[in-house]
Design a binder for this molecule. Sequence first.
Ligand code: NZQ
Ligand code: ZN
Length: 384
Amino acid sequence: MKNFRYCNPVEIVFGKGQIATLPELIPADVTVMITFGGGSIKKNGVYDQVMKALAGRKVVEFGGIEPNPRYETLMKAVAEVKQKNVGFLLAVGGGSVLDGTKFIAAAAKFEGAEPWDILDKGAEVKETVPLATVITLPATGSESNALAVISRESTQEKLMFATPKVFPKFAVIDPETNFSLPMIQVSNGIVDTFVHVSELYMTYPQNAPLQDGMAESIYRVLVDEGPKVFKDPKNYDIRANLCWAATWGLNWWIAQGVVEDWTTHVIGHEVTAFTGTDHAQTLALLLPAVWKHQRNEKGDKLVQFGKRVFGLTETDREKMIDQVIERTKAFFREVGIDASKKAYGVTDEVCKKIVDVFTQRNAKLGEHGKIGPKEVVEIFALCD
Ligand code: NZQ
Ligand code: ZN
């Protein structure tokens, strides 16, 4: 295991009715900006719960943060934060709203001329407006991590930044808020969580039995509970387990002390940038292909995963790896995602544009840093 130093300071406030506790969690003397997306929170009662809880406080609103939150929109919020002297940001929605709010928090205090530099050039974030989250879609883990992914419409870029300065102060996770989710977003959330765990786990044995065991537990919750939610969508207990799995999928505890491999996400972000395909669906397309391509490098962990998560008993290593990949694709279909290049408009031309991006960046992905543009071409060829 590698040395590590990590502090996840996010207070988790989990369960039914917990939005009502917001007044205990937010300082009383600041102007709070509620940020949200395209309106789901106004239809499902979450907005009303938040407003009721914050009655008597100074509250302003910024709505309209889109899925794959756009820099152009977020900069409008930054102007309002400055103009209205906002002292606390409360993001209410899915990962896009939360990520967008992390960027608003950083950009509003950014001293340089161009806040895009935070994403594009890794410019240092010295100060932020304090922020917190009410998560309504279990998927990204954004409610309790320090990462955000932002898109820029004008240049078709989708980039991420991470800094402990954007850790939320708290995360309210009420599984009941998930009842209104369209089923495709539920599917997306399960697959996104599955792939987060994979990016942290599916490398090579690293003498990390605790991290492995925790990752395998998250996988098992997804595999056991995921399919049930489609038959019983109003079941609180299933929703609660999926929420907690999503938070643990990317609160970075299972990442501590181990080498990671974010190949699937990094290529997936480009697929979204060029085709608009939902984040999780790009992952469902790419993960099996990355595993096929990296079957030697990842073989030991693929076999361990096959045994411990899917209960497979095959003794021939190569056949086992094939079974793991097929079983994973079947799981994605079981939870509603049947990924293919054709379905998502990932044409040869799109693949070429994406490979060009990696060539320009001189990308070296994978736990061994050996996945470059040539390998990305091969991975696309292995996608369904
Ligand atoms: O915009 P509204 O009206 O709120 O509707 C949203 C949106 O249309 C809707 N929704 C959310 N909660 C709902 C609901 N509809 C009904 N009832 C509810 N309770 O769902 C739609 C999708 O929302 P979005 O926030 O875009 O989805 P998700 O949470 O999957 O976030 C995806 C974004 O997160 C980034 C992705 O790249 C993508 O931009 N990621 C962020 C990560 C992080 N911060 O750690 C890691 C991830 O790997 C990922 O890259
Ligand atoms: Zn993801």
